[in-house]
Every structure is written in C-alpha cells, then in structure tokens.
Design a protein around this ligand. Structure first.
Ligand code: FAD
Length: 294
C-alpha cells in the first residue's frame, strides 16, 4: 500500500523503524525483531539504509520480507551521496520489481574521508527525488523525504533550510518525516514555518525513545538536536541505571506523543531501533489514542 493513501485517511497512524543487520550476518538473525515489530501492527515499518549503501541489499530484503511474510507496508530508505545515477536507477528498478512502492529518498551523510560529492554524484536529496520521478514507473512510487525541525546541522540559517525543503518537496515528495526532537514546541513552530512556505504534504513526527544517555548525547551532538532541561534532568537522574532510564525514556516518549496527538499531529514515527519491546510498551500506553491497524 502506498503511504500517501494511508496518511490521507484522516486517522492517526503510528510507524516503527528497523535497521538491517551488519554485513556478514544473516537475515535469520533479525527475524525475531521483524516478527515482533510486525506483531505490533504498526501502520508501516521503515527500513534504514546503511551509510554509504553498505547494507543496501538488506534494506530491500527486509522491506520485502515485511510485506510478503508479515503483511505490513514497508518504507525503504535510500541514500544517494555515495552512488552514481546508474546505480540508483538499478536500485529503484529492483525495489519496484520486488513490489516496494514507498521510498524515503535521502542524501545521506557525506563520508568524512571521501571528497564527495564529485560532479558525478548527487549533492542533495532533491536531485535524487527528481531522478526517481524521471525513471520508468517513478511517478507511481510514493516518495518521502527527511525534514529537520531544528534545522539541518550543515545549514547555517534555518530559513534557508526551509527554502531548500520547499525545493525538495516541489521535486515530487508525498510526505516528510522529521528528525528526532524532544521539545514539542520546536515541532509546532516548525510546522507553522513549513505551512507558511506553502508546504502542505503530511509531516510525520519522529519520536526517539531515549534508552541510553551516552548514545543520545552523541546523536544530539551530531544532529544539532537540543535536549530540553526536563530531559536533561531525567538523564542526569537515571542515566546510570539502565532499567530506570528505559522506563523514564518510554514515559517521556509516551507523553510527547499524547501531547502531539492532542495538538492535531496525527502521524507518529517511533525510532524503535530494532527494539520491539520498547515500541510495544509505548504503543500499549497509547492503545486508546492511536489504535493499531485493523
Ligand atoms: P538534503 O535534503 O539534501 O539536505 C542536506 C543539506 O543540504 C541541508 O543542510 C540542506 O539545507 C542543504 N541543501 C539542500 N538543498 C540545497 C541547495 N540546493 N543548496 C544548498 N544547500 C542545500 N541516513 C542514512 O545514511 N540512512 C538512513 O536510512 C537515514 N534515514 C533517515 C531518516 C530520517 C527521517 C532522517 C531525518 C534522516 C535520515 N538519515 C539517514 C540521515 C540523513 O541522511 C542525513 O541527515 C543527511 O545529512 C541529510 O540528508 P537529507 O536527505 O535530509 O539531505
């Protein structure tokens, strides 16, 4: 099913995220994660794409398994910064042939040790989106893209970031998914700015349940996401106690989602990071607010 149809049905949705196993491991090693995540009956499951395309085949394999074996719509991530146009053309053709209708089109992080992007490579996700749309069958695909409520870390001015986002959407984007954020007011201000710019595609709010303080501080540092004082306080108090931090992280994510839905933000993506047990706890907390897929 195309996510554009799902997102236009006028009811709240919840989705989860998986990442492929490391190169050299078998798909069987994550089968339990796939099965348990699918059993939560999310509206769709997205599958990330390893930096530099290291696990690109795995992304497709997992997306197909989710759809064919577990009957959950899949969203395959695809990054372009380390690929040529020819490589992208054949990857998109393979995804289509395998029955994948939904692609999250991303630039990817520029590798530190490489002099990307060279003239043959893509510079921005907008070029990837234009390229996919120009391919055979590209117009029938549902294409999503990333957006950044606190601005993308490489862009010095937030206003420019929104202008670039508008250009990206105009290339043929059906929906956007946000980077993680921990202060809902940041998202509400962003949504006003997005609308003011004439961007009207659905925006899915990306929620990251904080399980490890060390990991989240590092991710925030890299992405420029701010940890508000309330979350800082929780991290300071429970960071050294994994069980307590897990419980507090689940509670924080749940509260964020309740507030978002109360404010009319109806599409929630949980960055479940291959932890179906965490997603299960959050979804159980919300079972009368966002009902599982029928
Ligand atoms: P773009 O939209 O191209 O933006 C990149 C930067 O370029 C921004 O600063 C933007 O303001 C600027 N820009 C855009 N257009 C122009 C222009 N014309 N002129 C000048 N500047 C411009 N990474 C992975 O490797 N695998 C994944 O599976 C993955 N999934 C993700 C899912 C989500 C929901 C999000 C939010 C991020 C994900 N990422 C993933 C990370 C993403 O690849 C990085 O954040 C990357 O640095 C930017 O990708 P983008 O598609 O947002 O880039």
């Amino acid at each position: 099913m195309k996510l554009s149809e799902l997102l236009s049905r006028g009811r709240p949705t919840v989705s989860c995220e998986l990442f492929p196993p490391k190169v050299g491991t078998t798909l069987d090693q994550v089968e339990g994660v796939l099965r348990d995540t699918a059993a939560l009956r999310p509206d769709f499951i997205s599958v990330t794409y390893g930096a530099g395309g290291s696990t690109s085949k795995r992304t497709q394999e997992i997306a197909v398994r989710l759809q064919d074996t577990y009957h959950v719509p899949a969203l395959a991530h695809l990054t372009c910064v380390s690929s040529t146009r020819e490589e992208i053309s054949s990857m998109v053709a393979a995804l289509r042939a395998a029955g994948i209708e939904n692609i999250l089109a991303l630039r990817g992080d520029i590798p530190r040790d490489a002099d990307f992007p060279s003239p043959e490579h893509y510079h921005y996700a907008s070029e990837l989106i234009g390229h996919i749309r120009s391919l055979e069958g590209g117009k029938e695909l549902c294409i999503g893209a990333a957006c950044y409520p606190e601005g993308h870390v490489e862009c010095p001015h937030r206003e420019d970031d929104i202008d670039f986002l508008k250009r990206k959407v105009d290339m043929g984007v059906d929906f956007l998914t946000t980077q993680m954020f921990f202060d809902n007011d940041v998202l509400y201000r962003f949504l006003y700015r997005v609308l003011a710019k004439g961007i009207t595609v659905p925006v899915i709010a990306g929620i990251m349940p904080v399980m490890s303080v060390k990991q989240i501080r590092r991710s925030c540092e890299l992405s420029g996401t701010v940890m508000p004082p309330r979350l800082q306080g929780i991290a300071d108090r429970f960071g050294d106690d994994p069980a307590a931090m897990r419980q507090a992280g689940i509670a924080y994510a749940t509260e964020q989602i309740v507030d978002l839905v109360a404010h009319g933000v109806e599409h929630i993506h949980i960055y479940t990071m291959n932890k179906p047990d965490v997603a299960a706890r959050i979804m159980a907390n919300l079972s009368d607010i966002i009902r599982p897929r029928g």
